[in-house]
Write a protein that binds this ligand. Structure first.
Ligand code: AMP
Ligand code: TRP
Length: 343
């Protein structure tokens, strides 16, 4: 984003905002379902990407671990191809306008609406000992992340669509109460995105929090580890490599293979026609490892260069702050806060 863009949104390019929590090394599921799609979007849109550390503290996390995970997530996103010549990538807690707007939006969000959020219900059930107000308020901070930039499009996975819908409701409610200000953001589902299932139980989604390490490929796993996990992937007792009902394991491996090679599922089926599951699993493992090798190499360089990372998140954070401060000022004016010179 150049300086001229900070004054007014240019008509030609739409603005994208997305965030991801720094809760561990990203999985192949995060990568194929979300992060990988952030890279090509940079060509067509102005993109603002954010590591959402403030969301991460809605569940208990050790402070040293949070600090480390945040930097690691930042470096992983850069390694996956976020280009700071084209986009902004920063850390949420560095840009206070998100939390400031979130307070204002709280007063346009209804208790009933927040109580109906599936993620809140799930997480409160999982952590009955710590149903904190932040967990309840999580979607309002997410709405603030998006609305504080007047983003047009928000790439999110299916599980976040309910939160995005709430952000739209809050934007409309604010606009009708105080006058048009917020862009009502649209969800963006990438045509490249796909749901990746657990390698050990292919009816469940591949998830960072899975207790079985063999169920999950991490984007920083080495080649041998990736191949071993693919070889051990649970499949059915058949022998045909075909995408069809009832073959969840094979379907998942075909989806993964197609995502990392760019080949269609049909072409992959032809390629492995007449071959056994063993050969296919090995080929999937190799393809995934080859695809992720540059990410892993780039990550190793980046994580060793803390000064460079700092320079990147500081510069991007400062620009995000400048941009969002203008929108927050407009919000404050609309709602009747007395103008302040303290800034
Ligand atoms: P989470 O790991 O749940 O914080 O999700 C971060 C992002 O990755 C969200 O956009 C999810 O929709 C996406 N994601 C997580 N797991 C998967 C998966 N197994 N397949 C596809 N997308 C996923
Ligand atoms: N809640 C999102 C998730 O868990 C992360 C997130 C926070 C986000 N703020 C956002 C995603 C704003 C898109 C836009 O995946």
């Amino acid at each position: 984003m150049s300086e001229q863009h900070t004054e007014q949104k240019p008509e030609q390019k739409k603005l994208i905002f997305s965030g991801i929590q720094p809760t561990g090394t990203f999985t192949l599921g995060n990568y194929i379902g979300a992060i990988r799609n952030w890279k090509p979007l940079q060509e067509e849109y102005r993109c603002i990407y954010c590591v959402v550390d403030e969301h991460a503290i809605t569940v208990k996390i050790d402070p040293a671990k949070l600090r480390q995970k945040t930097l690691e997530a930042y470096a992983q996103l850069l390694a996956c191809g976020i280009d700071l010549e084209k986009s902004l990538l920063f850390i949420q807690s560095h840009v206070p306008t998100h939390a400031q707007l979130s307070w204002v939006l709280n007063c346009s969000a209804q208790f009933g609406e927040l109580s109906r959020m599936t993620q809140f219900k799930d997480k409160s059930q999982k952590h009955p000992e710590d149903i904190n107000a932040g967990l309840f308020d999580y979607p309002v901070l997410m709405a603030a992340d998006i609305l504080v930039y007047n983003a047009d499009l928000v790439p999110v996975g299916a599980d976040q669509m309910q939160h995005l819908e709430l952000a739209r409701t809050i934007a409309r409610r604010f606009n009708s109460r105080y006058g048009e200000l917020f862009t009502v953001p649209e969800g963006y589902v990438s045509p490249l995105g796909a749901k990746v299932m657990s390698l050990q139980d292919p009816t469940k989604k591949m998830s960072k929090s899975d207790e079985n390490p063999n169920a999950v490929i991490l984007i920083l796993d080495d080649k041998d580890t990736i191949i071993r996990k693919c070889k051990r992937a649970v499949t059915d007792s058949g022998s045909e490599i075909k995408f069809q009902e009832g073959k969840d394991g094979i379907n998942n491996l075909l989806t993964i293979y197609s995502a990392v090679t760019g080949k269609s599922i049909q072409d992959a089926e032809k390629e492995f026609d007449g071959q056994g599951y063993g050969t296919f699993k090995l080929a999937v493992g190799e393809a995934v490892a080859d695809h992720l090798a540059p990410v892993r190499e780039e990550y190793a360089k980046l994580i060793a260069d803390k000064a460079y990372l700092k320079e990147c998140y500081t510069r991007c954070g400062a620009e995000a702050l400048r941009y969002s401060q203008r929108i927050l000022n407009k919000v404050y004016r609309k709602i009747g806060f007395v103008a302040s010179e303290i800034r």
